[in-house]
Design a binder for this molecule. Structure first.
Ligand SMILES: [Zn+2]
Length: 504
């Protein structure tokens, strides 16, 4: 008979919050009531916990047991509280001492046999524990490496409930194996491998420097995928804060590769065109999982053969791209995941996609127009750079001049980003994010003489008002890359060319 409490962590999206699992054991008919807004998984946990306790050799209190999770207003999902609940029940009803767990946070699902099973989102959970001043975090062995990414907090593993029971009795110790050697990181694909493709290379560099969304149109084999895969390699390295946030998102999705450490490079996500909306923006049953756009947070979301994606799937990406976050509405409330990704679209020029290009096209009349109209929706409207990529001629492959490496281009990108961040502060961090009001405002408005090519294009109906802003943003990026304070006429011409894909 008695009362006890053990701390654990609940996740709200990608943010952890320390919660208290309290248990009260009182005389009465044997029963277990769990309260504190538990979801279905938590209710199911009751039988699992009881079995795990029995199979750990401990005695389940045959009395009236009440388990409550605090604070009540925090939504609690999943099975990560199993171990804390079992310990609280044993402490309240079976004299389990808790002095060694007073400042501890306990994470982990319980198997029926009493083993601790790994849970998703351990990185944000341990971060929350650390911020709350926990002196010890106990995790399942499968989560130990990830938990150790958080500095300055003592992390130990327990393979089973019996080990924690032994630990608090002073007869067993928790596990602290030496860290595994870091897995060899595969070097990102290098731009030096892309021969020829001046225009495509330039488009990728501009996209990186200005954080512009990019669309590439061209026949199969023109190198669109190669170029897209090399964009993350020329983006600036993530800051410490971004790195933790990105790693936490992958952790919550259960998509963190073992031994990879913190994700420090901009991630690349390339979902297949058959991917469901849930796979793209997040969702699924139980805990809403982050989708590809959140896993591409601070990195690149690459949609190859984007015309093949369902219109509903492309539409679902619009709002997250606009706001930099995904809001997943569920019965019990809303889960928010960051989703500030850079979009790269690639498409064939027409459905038949003959390698020879337009001359070899065998599409029936109308098919090409229908195909393009599927692309020219509101999503493409947000894409600053829209370029045609043509197949490389053999001559380019024999060029004696070696192509520039990603490192060389990345250095230019960093300088351009710094110039832009300095200029637009506090309104934006890159040219791609500058609000139209700031772009056209008195301070940064470009002179009429410089904008003249855009005015002409507008008069001819080749450029919309929105397109004019997008082209102006790209002109700033051209200037930043070349180290000019303000775009000149040539910069505007180049920016215009980077939107002039044929057939539009
Ligand atoms: Zn065709």
């Amino acid at each position: 008979m008695g009362y006890a409490k053990i701390r654990s962590v609940a996740l709200q999206g990608v943010v952890g919050q320390v919660i208290v699992v309290e248990a009260d054991v009182a005389p009465g008919l044997p029963s277990l009531v769990v309260s504190g807004l538990p979801d279905a998984a938590l209710t199911e946990a009751r039988d699992r916990i009881r079995a795990a306790v029995h199979n750990s050799g401990a005695t389940w209190p045959q009395q009236r047991i009440t388990v409550n999770l605090l604070p009540a207003h925090v939504r609690k999902h999943g099975s990560g509280f199993d171990t804390a609940m079992a310990l609280a029940v044993l402490a309240a009803g079976a004299n389990l001492p808790t002095s060694l767990l007073v400042d501890a946070v306990v994470l982990g699902e319980l198997g029926l046999d009493g083993t601790l099973r790994p849970v998703r989102g351990v990185l944000p959970a341990v971060l929350a524990a650390s911020r709350a001043g926990a002196g010890l975090v106990v995790v399942p062995p499968g989560n130990l490496e990830e938990a150790r990414l958080v500095p300055d907090v003592r992390v130990r593993a327990a393979d089973c409930l019996g080990r924690i029971i032994g630990f608090v009795h002073g007869t067993e110790s928790l596990l602290d194996p030496p860290p595994a050697p870091p897995a060899a990181q595969r070097a990102p694909a290098d731009l030096a491998d892309v021969l020829g493709q001046e225009r495509g290379r330039r488009a990728v560099e501009l996209a990186a420097a200005g954080r512009h969304h990019l669309a590439m149109f061209g026949p199969p084999g023109a190198g669109k995928t190669m170029l897209a895969q090399r964009l993350p390699g020329i983006l600036p390295e993530l800051t410490e804060e971004e790195s933790i946030e990105v790693t936490a998102l992958h952790s919550v999705a259960g998509a963190l590769p073992p031994g990879g450490g913190l994700i420090r490079r901009a991630p690349l996500q390339a979902p297949h065109h058959t991917a469901s909306i849930a796979a793209l923006v997040g969702g699924g049953s139980g805990i809403a999982k982050p989708g590809a756009i959140s896993l591409a947070h601070q990195g690149v979301l690459f949609l190859d053969e984007c015309a093949e994606f369902a219109a509903s799937a492309l539409n679902a990406l619009r709002e997250p791209l606009e706001h930099g976050e995904v809001r997943l509405r569920r019965v019990h409330g809303e889960t928010v995941y960051p989703a500030n990704a850079q979009l790269v679209l690639a498409a064939n020029p027409c459905p038949c996609a003959r390698p020879g290009g337009d001359a070899m096209c065998q599409c029936p009349p109308g098919a090409r127009i229908r195909y393009r109209s599927r692309l020219s929706g509101p999503l493409l409207d947000r894409v600053d750079l829209q370029v045609d990529v043509v197949a490389v001629r053999s001559a380019a492959l024999f060029d004696t001049e070696p192509a520039e490496s990603s490192a060389t281009v990345a250095a230019r990108v960093v300088r351009a980003r710094q110039a832009a961040a300095h200029r637009w502060a506090p309104h934006a961090r890159s040219n791609g994010d500058v609000p139209a009001t700031v772009l056209r405002g008195r301070r940064f408005r470009l002179p009429r003489t410089v904008l003249q090519p855009l005015a002409t294009a507008m008069d001819r109906g080749q450029l919309s008002a929105r397109g004019l802003d997008r082209t102006t943003r790209v002109a700033w990026t051209v200037a930043d890359l070349d180290g000019r304070d303000v775009p000149v006429l040539d910069d505007v011409y180049e920016a215009l060319e980077m939107r002039s894909r044929s057939g539009r």
